[in-house]
Design a protein around this ligand. Structure first.
Ligand SMILES: Nc1ncnc2c1ncn2[C@@H]1O[C@H](COP(=O)(O)OP(=O)(O)O)[C@@H](O)[C@H]1O
Ligand SMILES: [Mg+2]
Length: 317
């Protein structure tokens, strides 16, 4: 299979006044095959955006080799740029142009004719449910909708490679869902997608393969199934009680939680096993004071506490 992206021993150091340089990316290597969705996951400050910026030629690497669509990001940056489009973490939508003119401008910039753009726009508007706002200006839209316009633009053009840095951040569940569907459809059409996220669930659902990065280093990588089997799955429980006894902390620590936080009558607890989560829930239920509960997959942040620091359960104040 043709490799769309190949990153070998990539290092990026940002220089700092008087201090030693900050190594934001510390010797990472990975490859992405054409038509696949690759997820770069990690907590804030891990080096995801820096990596995306290097791959899209916006930031120069300190050392290492990065090939995008077969072109070197340093020596053939123009060819690289023609091969891709990118949604950066910072919003870059034209807020004073209508949504329609955002599409027109972006398409023209990528060498499409007005007729081509019009022809394609209908489908994109369907895909992202943007028909209702086509004549509005993004400045008047919510943050999530603005983001949706920006992401939708990527699907107007036909570059073989798409980079999405936290594309769904700030979107509500419905928009997130349509964005994810659109990403999947683009990959089926043969485009290669590299996305970053700090939502493990999103990556699990979407990505063919992932790399987990922390402090600039890859700490786990492989197909999404392979990484999941490394035991990274954790569960997060949020419980609200009408009243809460003093003994509850001691009781919960017996379940060996990865993380436990008790504030007033609210408990949040992260555990490794599904059945542990359910056991805690049934215990909470039997107290007769449970008012509200939620169970979800733990955030990657929690996973990192376990994976990297290997910290034991500790009450967090
Ligand atoms: N332009 C920059 N100059 C100096 N330091 C930077 C710059 N951009 C990012 N950093 C630092 O590099 C590290 C990685 O940042 P970033 O790539 O944005 O991580 P992520 O996207 O995973 O949150 C952080 O410590 C961040 O503060
Ligand atoms: Mg980032």
């Amino acid at each position: 299979m043709h490799q769309s992206i190949s990153v070998t021993n990539l290092i990026k150091e940002y220089s700092r006044n008087k201090e030693k340089p900050l190594r934001a990316v510390n010797d990472i290597s990975f490859a992405v095959e054409s038509g696949k969705i690759f997820g770069l996951l990690g907590p804030n400050g891990a080096g995801k955006s820096t990596t995306i910026k290097i791959l899209s030629t916006l930031v120069a690497p300190t050392s290492g080799t990065v090939l995008v669509n077969g072109f070197d990001v340093v020596k053939q940056s123009l060819d690289v740029r023609k091969s891709l489009c990118v949604v950066l973490q910072e919003n870059a939508v034209e807020v004073y142009l209508t949504v329609r003119h955002n599409f027109l401008t972006f398409g023209r910039f990528h060498g499409m004719t007005a007729a081509e753009i019009e022809r394609k726009m209908g489908h994109i508007l369907d895909l992202f449910s943007l028909h209702d706002v086509i004549n509005q200006k993004p400045i008047d839209l919510s943050g999530g909708l603005k983001r949706r316009v920006q992401v939708a633009k990527m699907f107007l053009v036909d570059t073989p490679i798409v980079f999405l840095d936290e594309a769904t951040t700030g979107m509500d569940t419905f928009n997130k869902r349509s964005t994810m569907d659109a990403i999947r459809e683009e990959a089926r059409r043969g485009r290669t997608i590299v996305l970053t996220t700090h939502m493990l669930e999103e990556a699990e659902e979407l990505c063919d393969s992932i790399a987990i990065i922390n402090h600039g280093k890859i700490v786990a990588s492989g197909t999404t199934d392979e990484v999941k089997k490394m035991g990274l799955q954790m569960f997060y429980l949020s419980l609200k009680f009408s009243e809460l006894g003093k003994e509850v902390e001691e009781l919960l620590l017996k379940f060996a939680p990865v993380k436990l936080k008790i504030v007033n009558n609210e408990v949040s607890v992260t555990v490794r096993e599904h059945h542990t989560a359910l056991n805690i829930l049934s215990l909470a239920q039997s107290s007769g004071a449970l008012k509200h509960f939620e169970i979800s997959t733990a955030s990657l942040e929690d996973v990192f506490v376990e994976l990297i620091d290997g910290k034991k359960a500790r009450p967090v104040q």
